[in-house]
Design a protein around this ligand. Structure first.
Ligand code: ZN
Length: 109
């Protein structure tokens, strides 16, 4: 009754499988999950399939770390989006797409 080999102890990137969880029924198929512990200490349940396709390598902390490196101010996604939006509007204004600004620019000449 040992249909699949145990993944306990298996390491994928930062994650180590610490427990196999009972499979769950999703529609007509069954999917199994494993409990993993990340090097950062986070314990998380993930789909066995996601491990096997190699897309999952951390609990999300890798992405968070990369994100922090690019974003030292610690802004969240929404703040960053708002900042990008403001920059876009500023660019629009200074590039003269705004009729009033374009008029002003022409007056200078
Ligand atoms: Zn982690």
């Amino acid at each position: 009754m040992n249909k699949h080999y145990s993944m306990v102890g298996h390491r994928i990137g930062r994650l180590v499988v610490i427990e196999e969880l009972p499979s769950v029924k999703i529609g007509d198929t069954r999917a199994s999950r494993v409990r993993v512990r990340c090097d950062c200490g986070t314990v998380k349940d993930i789909w066995r399939a996601t491990i096997r396709n190699g897309n999952t390598r951390s609990c999300g902390c890798l992405r968070a770390e990369r994100y922090r490196a690019q974003n030292p101010d610690g802004l969240n996604e929404r703040e960053l989006a708002a900042r990008r939006q403001r920059r876009r509007q500023d660019r629009l204004k200074s590039s003269g797409t705004d009729p009033a600004a374009a008029k002003l620019a022409r007056m200078k000449w």
